[in-house]
Design a protein around this ligand. Structure first.
Ligand code: COA
Length: 260
């Protein structure tokens, strides 16, 4: 499917989703969010895709935030609806996805851009990346999960400092805070993302889905993550993949998982 604001590229079992509004630093307008919803759900349902890399077009920005020009006409109800729809159609869909999603943060990741990266399972930043949640400079707070996901990733003190000062941090700071998994040069960014994702794609796909679900449960209020782990562990024993994985170990060969 062709999109107006996204580029989709398939490389083996990896699907790239590239936010492609370079002249607006890839800001997320409503149309881009709607396309992201479609692209991500399609990729999760597509058997030939094992995992996703989300990045921004150009050398300057991953995503410089929600599109501020669309805020002009909003009142309180419309603002609430915008946030709720973003959560349910894009950010939660990525976080709760059944396939690994890596954010390759190639420049500014601000506001909704950092929130998008934080909804992904892994973040890799290029050395020139700048990250922050500057919404309070506009009279707002983060509305696409930023107050929750940043707090979970870096802790309450750092999250409040970043949100209330609106300061941007460097990729190295983000690494120190645990906000990104790796920092590499811009030239190496996609190769590093592919290296990590290709390693995951050698593993049992249904076990990856179970791992995402169980780890997410650790930070879902009201959910007993230990119970989720027990259930998912049990479910794995009902798969063909565990038979293949155990047989391959016993026969001293590499497993060939089918995701069944
Ligand atoms: N929404 C809408 N448009 C945006 C945008 C956003 N979040 N971020 C950047 N743009 C647009 C700019 O308006 C400009 O468009 P124009 O050329 O038509 O005027 C274009 O992208 C380039 O941005 P510019 O500000 O000229 O680049 P810069 O290098 O001087 O500054 C930033 C880069 C990221 C520091 C700056 O663009 C910025 O502060 N953006 C907003 C960040 C933000 O507050 N995000 C959270 C939103 S909730």
């Amino acid at each position: 499917m062709a999109f107006e604001n996204l580029l989709i590229e398939q490389k083996g079992r990896i699907q790239y989703i590239i936010i492609n509004r370079e002249s607006k630093l890839n800001a997320l307008n409503k149309a881009t969010l709607a396309e992201l919803h479609t692209a991500i759900t399609d990729a999760f349902n597509d058997a030939s895709t094992g995992g996703l890399i989300i990045t921004g077009a150009g050398q300057k920005a991953f995503v410089a935030g929600a599109d501020i020009s669309e805020f002009v006409a909003l009142d309180a109800d419309a603002g609430r609806d915008l946030a709720r729809e973003g959560h349910s159609k894009v950010f939660d869909v990525i976080e709760n996805g059944t396939k690994p999603v890596i954010a390759a943060v190639n420049g500014f990741a601000l506001g909704g851009g950092l929130e998008l990266a934080m909804a992904c399972h892994i973040r890799i930043a290029s050395t020139n990346a700048k990250m922050g949640l500057p919404e309070v400079t506009l009279g707002l707070i983060p509305g696409y999960g930023g107050t929750q996901r940043l707090t979970r990733l870096v802790g309450k003190g750092k999250a409040l400092e970043m949100i209330m000062t609106a300061d941007m941090i460097t990729a190295d700071d983000a690494y120190q805070f645990g906000l990104v998994n790796h920092v590499v040069s811009q030239d190496e960014l996609l190769a590093k993302a592919e290296e990590l994702l290709n390693k995951m794609l050698l593993r049992a796909p249904l076990a990856l889905a179970s791992a995402i679900k169980a780890v997410n449960a650790a930070s879902t209020p009201g959910v007993n993550g230990f119970e989720v782990e027990i259930e998912e562990f049990g479910k794995c024993f009902g798969t063909e993949d565990i038979k293949e994985g155990v047989a391959a170990f016993m026969e001293k060969r590499k497993p060939e998982f089918k995701g069944k």
